[in-house]
Ligand binder design. Structure first.
Ligand SMILES: Cc1cc2nc3c(=O)[nH]c(=O)nc-3n(C[C@H](O)[C@H](O)[C@H](O)COP(=O)(O)O)c2cc1C
Length: 175
C-alpha cells in the first residue's frame, strides 16, 4: 500500500503527475497546510483581505462561522476548468466551515469540477462541516478526510492521508 508521509515521498509524485488535481486551502491555515504538504500536490492558497491575528481575530472567526458569513477573499488565480478535481480544505470553526473557505466555495461553485473535502479540527464538527461544504459546492465530494490538530503536530496522519490520496487518485500504485 502507498504510504504518504515522511518515509514515502516517491508515491507523492505519482499523485501529482497522474491527475490534474488542485488543492485549495486558506493561506493562514497551518494544520490544513501541514497535513497535505506531504502529498507534494499543487496547492493554491485562498488569500484574505484582512488578517486574523490575536484575540480579536479569533472572535471574528468565531462570529463569522456562527453567522455563516463569508469573508473578503482575493479572486482565485487558477483556471478551474483545467483541473480534473479540486480538493478544498478548511479548519473547523464553531462546527462550521471557515469563513474564507465559505467565501471560496460561494465564489467558485459554478466552475468547480469534481470535488473532495478535508478539514482540520480540534476534535468535533467534521461531519457538519462536510455537509455545509457539500451544500455550498452544490455537489457531493469524491472523498472526505478529517484530521485533528493533534495528529498533524505529532505527524500521526499517514494512514488517513494515504487513504484520502488513494480515493483522489485511483491510479496511485503501490510504493
Ligand atoms: C474560531 C475557532 C473555532 C474553532 N471551533 C472548533 C470546533 O467547533 N471544533 C473543533 O474540533 N475545533 C475547533 N477549532 C480548532 C481548529 O479547528 C483546529 O485548531 C484546526 O486544526 C485549525 O486548523 P488550521 O491550523 O489549518 O487553521 C476552532 C478554532 C478556531 C480558531
Amino acid at each position: 500500500m502507498a504510504v504518504f508521509g515522511q518515509k514515502s515521498r516517491n508515491a507523492c509524485g505519482v499523485l501529482k503527475n497522474s491527475c490534474r488535481l488542485l488543492f485549495q486551502i486558506w493561506n493562514d491555515a497551518q494544520n490544513c497546510g501541514g497535513s497535505i504538504r506531504a502529498l507534494n500536490a499543487n496547492i493554491e492558497e485562498i488569500v484574505e483581505a484582512n488578517g486574523r491575528a490575536g484575540f480579536f481575530g479569533y472572535v471574528r472567526s468565531l462570529v463569522e462561522a456562527i453567522q455563516k458569513n463569508p469573508s473578503a477573499i482575493a479572486q482565485s488565480k487558477s483556471d478551474l476548468s483545467s483541473y480534473d478535481r479540486v480538493v478544498i480544505g478548511t479548519p473547523v470553526w464553531a462546527w462550521s466551515v471557515s469563513s474564507p473557505v465559505r467565501a471560496y466555495l460561494m465564489a467558485n461553485k459554478e466552475h468547480l469540477p469534481e470535488v473532495a473535502f478535508f478539514c482540520t479540527l480540534g476534535g468535533k464538527g467534521s461531519e457538519s462541516v462536510f455537509g455545509q461544504m457539500q451544500s455550498l459546492a452544490g455537489k457531493a465530494p469524491l472523498a472526505v478526510y478529517a484530521v485533528t490538530a493533534g495528529e498533524v503536530t505529532s505527524a500521526r496522519y499517514g494512514a488517513g492521508l494515504a487513504a484520502f490520496a488513494k480515493a483522489l487518485e485511483p491510479s496511485v500504485s503501490s510504493a
